[in-house]
Design a protein around this ligand. Sequence first.
Ligand SMILES: [Cu+2]
Length: 163
Amino acid sequence: MTAMALAVSRRQFAWLAASIPAALCACTSKTAPAAVPVDLLVETDGDLLEFKPKELTCHAGDLVRLTFRHTGKYVNFQHNWVLILPGTFDAITAAATEAGEQKGWLPVGDERILAFTPLCGRGQTVITQFTAPKAADYLFICTYPGHAQSMWGVLHVLPRRST
Ligand SMILES: [Cu+2]
């Protein structure tokens, strides 16, 4: 390679280096808009083994900030809020019971769990934050042993918001 050819290729490289980041930025802003923050609130139905409301809604890709409040006044149960992949109810409730009290009745690291709060006692509030998965209906449950049979609800994830 001659000295002149080398000089040209260096200039081209400099031009490329300067233009590529701008091109990437333009591309990124079109395909991945900033996640929309969405606040959701769910409570226990007082001392009952039920969630209230039983249905929540968001859009795929939303940054969901979920607050879970234990509104029980008399019964000393602990509860959590656990979002699971469709079709995994039996497997997750079994795995949660197997995980035991020391692990908070939660099979930590199980990929079928999409989001979860810690266990929460009477009068307490806990929060979790997650990016909403692809559009579908997802069950949320309390994984404290025996609770999920009545303590469940549905998160409706609608198609991604248009920009
Ligand atoms: Cu519970």
